[in-house]
Design a protein around this ligand. Structure first.
Ligand code: TRP
Length: 448
């Protein structure tokens, strides 16, 4: 490792289910290509603790962990060049989860999409809000934050549905840094790849386990052929020109073919290729890419002990290098200390105050002008625009405190007061959070 710190890129793979072609094209293949980028230190791990939230079938958990590990290795992940490990092999992750749990705002977890969706379903069904919701589901974002923060990841490639979790990881990391008085954690950025293809499944809808329309990645060759031939098409006869737009056969082909091959296939559509022949060409193209991987996959699956060794070795080296020393420091920072060493007050931080204080407005000066922000404990709720004079910022704050004007949300987190942009919302907080904070301030003032 060179003296300058490489960018750390980290991704977790939930170990539920059997990988299909859509996972391969949308996640595995691009991630492995990215792992070869220079000046990056990549972390890929099997999120098996997360999988327990969804699946409580032990045999399935084990099988899925094995299959997913074998898939990534067969697809070309190099465990000597990247960190490849299993979450549950790093007990420091679960320990950090608790430290973060104790600074994480419960209100923030209440707003997590997955949890809110469960509550909404319950309400629609006339059930208790939390019926059937495990504390594990509720705490999911904290475990995920620990995964990310423990290795100070800079960038986290994820699907859109995970952006909120990364924002929460930033929030919890920031809170911890503030409470314990030092930049313990790097605040991660989500990376969304707009390019990655979503593949159509057998029925033409997005390939997804929940639709039951997948082509498993490593089925035997004959089964792959059978599945490709079962894909839906329209009823045009051989000789009739065919539409590439909306053709699942075409889209799947494109995900595996070069530009030239794709252009030639489009020409064949225009020339009226029969569906049987089109499917044969699709099968040949997919199989040409998958066959060598399938061979490696089968060899790996026949030697599960080798996979176990690779994963354990990754976790052992990673703990030694980062996780164990970091947790020793963090234990000390939070006050879980050697009692024989005498009591010292360093790095204890203003924890109680930071957690319980009222929101406060802060005014300050920058090159761009005078500005203000509203912070709740250590969390930034509103970042104000800049003004030429400090009085203008002061007057705006007075109006916000009085609450006699209407707040609304604009594009990209903009906050408007009576239609004028006054600042932007920060991180995971929505307008409702800002309004709550202002209401609390007013209440406290009224009570004083
Ligand atoms: N929640 C992620 C998903 O469902 C998986 C995951 C767990 C993850 N921990 C992570 C992804 C840390 C990125 C970083 O896709």
């Amino acid at each position: 490792m060179s003296a300058t710190r490489h960018t750390r890129v980290l991704t977790g793979i939930t170990t539920s289910g059997t990988p299909h072609l859509g996972n391969y094209v949308g996640a595995v293949r691009p991630a492995i290509a990215a792992s070869r980028a220079p000046a990056t230190e990549s972390f890929y791990f099997l999120a098996d603790l997360h999988s327990l939230i969804k699946t409580q079938d032990p045999a399935m958990t084990q099988r899925s962990t094995l299959e997913i590990a074998a898939t990534w290795l067969a697809a070309g992940l190099e465990p000597d060049r990247v960190w490849f490990y299993r979450q549950s092999d790093i007990p420091e992750i679960t320990e950090l989860t608790w430290f973060l749990t104790c600074v994480a705002g419960k209100g923030i977890l209440n707003r997590a999409h997955a949890y809110k969706a469960a509550v909404d379903r319950n309400r629609a069904d006339g059930e208790d809000d939390d019926a059937g919701v495990s504390a594990g589901l509720f705490m999911y974002p904290v475990l995920m934050a620990a995964d990310i923060l423990i290795f100070n990841a800079d960038r986290v490639p994820v699907g859109r549905d995970q952006i909120q979790h990364i924002e929460m990881a930033r929030d919890f990391g920031q809170r911890f840094n503030h409470v314990y008085g030092r930049d313990w954690f790097t605040l991660p950025e989500a990376v969304i790849d707009e390019q990655v293809a979503t593949l159509p499944g057998l029925d033409g809808r997005k390939m997804s386990k929940s639709y039951g329309n997948t082509i498993p990645l490593f089925v035997p060759r004959d089964e792959l052929r059978r599945l490709v031939f079962s894909m839906v098409t329209d009823s045009r006869a051989p000789g009739e020109p065919k539409d590439t737009a909306g053709s699942a056969v075409f889209q799947l082909y494109q995900a595996f073919a070069s530009k030239e091959e794709t252009a030639a296939f489009a020409q064949a559509y225009a020339d009226g290729i029969g569906w049987g022949e089109a499917k044969q060409r699709l099968f040949d193209r997919v199989d040409a890419e998958i066959a060598p991987l399938r061979e490696r996959y089968n060899a790996l699956m026949a030697r599960p002990g080798d996979i176990e060794d690779i994963l354990r070795d990754g976790a052992r080296r990673l703990r030694e290098r980062y996780a164990t020393p970091l947790l020793a420091e963090l234990r000390h920072a939070v006050g879980l200390r050697d009692l024989s060493q005498g009591v010292h007050g360093d790095a204890a931080g203003p924890s109680a105050d930071a957690v319980h204080a009222l929101p406060v407005f802060k005014q300050y000066r920058e090159d761009a002008g005078f500005s203000f922000k509203l912070v709740d404990g250590d969390v930034l709720l509103l970042q104000g625009v800049h003004f030429d004079a400090p009085r203008e910022a002061g007057q705006l704050i007075a109006r916000l405190r009085r609450g006699d004007a209407t707040l609304s949300a604009g594009a990209d987190g903009a906050v408007l007061l009576d239609g004028q942009v006054i600042g932007t919302l920060a991180g995971t907080s929505g307008l409702d959070v800002l309004q709550d904070a202002l209401a609390r301030l007013r209440e406290a003032e009224a009570a004083a």
